[in-house]
Design a protein around this ligand. Structure first.
Ligand code: ZN
Length: 158
């Protein structure tokens, strides 16, 4: 005898779901497993055929990396102008890296302390705007003077 799900029969409701909680449901439905971590994936019911990864942060990141790798490889193979631009970008990055490595090798050159402070402040404040850097440098100079003065007078830091 056939009863559609949710039909009421002598006070009992048949909902057509197996008993035993979520684990039993997972086993009964043969849910797919994440291609990254291997855990069971609960796909969106409207997009079930396309979801191969779970919602874990590392799996989402890996999926994005994979998608970007595939997109780049396809574009690189199919678009000569894109490939040439990518090679030029890579070559420029290699030149910068080699120049930086070479600069690090100059151990005997004296270090300019002001340039170091400016570079450090530029990185800490995430700006390359000279006027903004100058304002920050002045503030730190004032603070440094106050600290030096208070240390001279024996008081605590400002
Ligand atoms: Zn996963």
């Amino acid at each position: 005898m056939f009863f559609p799900s949710g039909v009421e029969l002598r006070g009992a409701v048949f909902r057509g779901r197996p008993r035993g909680g979520q684990k039993a449901v997972d086993m009964a439905k043969k849910l797919p497993r994440c291609e990254c971590c291997g855990r069971v994936v609960h796909p969106d019911r409207y997009n079930a055929g396309h979801q191969k990864y779970c919602k874990g942060a590392e799996c989402v990141r890996e999926r994005k990396r994979k998608r970007q790798r595939e997109w780049f490889a396809a574009r690189y193979a199919g678009d000569p102008a894109f490939a040439a631009a990518a090679r030029m970008r890579c070559a420029a990055a290699n030149r910068r890296r080699r120049a930086a490595a070479k600069a690090c090798g100059k151990q005997d050159e004296p270090i300019e302390l002001f340039a170091v402070v400016t570079g450090l402040l530029s990185q800490l404040t995430d700006t390359t705007d000279p006027s903004q850097l100058r304002v920050s440098l002045r503030r730190y100079q004032d603070r440094g003077r106050r600290m030096a003065l208070s240390a001279h007078l024996g008081a605590g830091p400002p």
